[in-house]
Ligand binder design. Structure first.
Ligand code: ATR
Length: 280
């Protein structure tokens, strides 16, 4: 039986243990999976204890994804580009070489792209995209969206320096642009609008003009549950073709993590349906 965990704070409401339990059942790969509460201050110690206890792999959620990047001895290219790690894979190494190491990866972006393309039927190619937010969640998904072939991307953030920094980091000045919330009215319609802000958790959604949305527009909130409601309600009221929350992304990033640990990618429809049922 392999030993896995999810680290985060708060962690009690994490859906990861249930998703991975389903994957384990479905693939027949036995898995012990625990939820470990850790803050950025206690994460290094908690991970050390997990390593000493024989931990084989872990997922990392808020607010530890940046800290996880720093704790890994090697990271994938996509994790480095995202500036964040959401999956830890243990790499055995002899004691002479300093013992086992953690390899860090990031499956948030691939999870979002997979959910949008395979489940929601959204064609991302050449899609004019608006990304709201420039924090950890936005950093995590932006590179994968670009790799999936979206068209121009406009990034809007309250703190414009953070939007500029993300644009610079993505390194495609002809395709990726930073704008202010006040400019939104002048930007016209988008094919894809992604809410990567935590606004619903802190102070409420900024005012978004309905002129951003046309009959073809797909709107996605990277969060789920209560905090996704305001943005999705706005999207529906504005006439969006699709308004989806982050449950699909959550399940897909978990399946990509499971694949990194066990070399098998579970089917995700069952776990997705179970989480939807819980919502209903
Ligand atoms: P996360 O990992 O969830 O992205 P984060 O890195 O703290 O968390 O980023 C939160 C994002 O939500 C940021 O883009 C933040 O904007 P600022 O950088 O300007 O703070 C955005 N955000 C949070 N509350 C917001 C609000 N009330 N209105 C608009 N944007 C908000």
């Amino acid at each position: 039986e392999s030993h896995h965990a999810v680290f985060g704070h708060p962690i009690t409401h994490s859906l990861s243990p249930r998703i991975h339990a389903r994957f384990s059942q479905q693939t027949g790969i036995p898995l012990r999976f625990e939820a470990i509460d850790a803050t950025p201050e206690t994460f290094a110690t908690a991970l050390e204890a997990f390593t000493a206890g024989g931990g084989d792999g872990a997922c990392v959620t808020l607010p530890l994804k940046e800290a996880a990047l720093a704790l890994c001895s090697e990271v994938s290219d996509r994790a480095r580009r995202a500036g964040a790690v959401n999956v830890l894979v243990r790499k055995p190494a002899p004691a002479e070489a300093g013992g086992d190491r953690w390899h860090g990866d990031n499956t948030d972006g691939s999870g979002l792209v997979r959910d949008l393309t395979a489940r929601q039927g959204v064609d991302l190619r050449q899609r004019r995209t608006l990304l709201l937010g420039a924090g950890g969640a936005a950093h995590g998904v932006a590179p994968a969206l670009i790799d999936a072939g979206i068209g121009d991307m406009f990034i809007v953030n309250r703190d414009s320096a953070r939007a500029d920094a993300l644009v610079d980091k993505l390194g495609l000045p002809k395709r990726v642009h930073s704008r202010y919330y006040e400019d939104l009215r002048a930007l016209g319609e988008f094919d894809l609008i992604i809410n990567a802000t935590s606004a619903a958790r802190s102070g409420g959604l900024p005012t978004l003009p309905t002129s951003l949305v046309g009959a073809r527009t797909a709107c996605v909130d990277l969060s789920y549950g209560e905090v996704a409601i305001p943005f999705l309600a706005w999207a529906r009221a504005a006439g969006a073709r699709k308004a989806v929350d982050g449950v699909g992304m959550l399940v897909e990033q978990a399946a990509d993590a499971f694949k990194l640990w066990h070399d098998v990618r579970p089917y995700t429809d069952e776990a997705y349906a179970a989480l939807r049922e819980r919502d209903a």
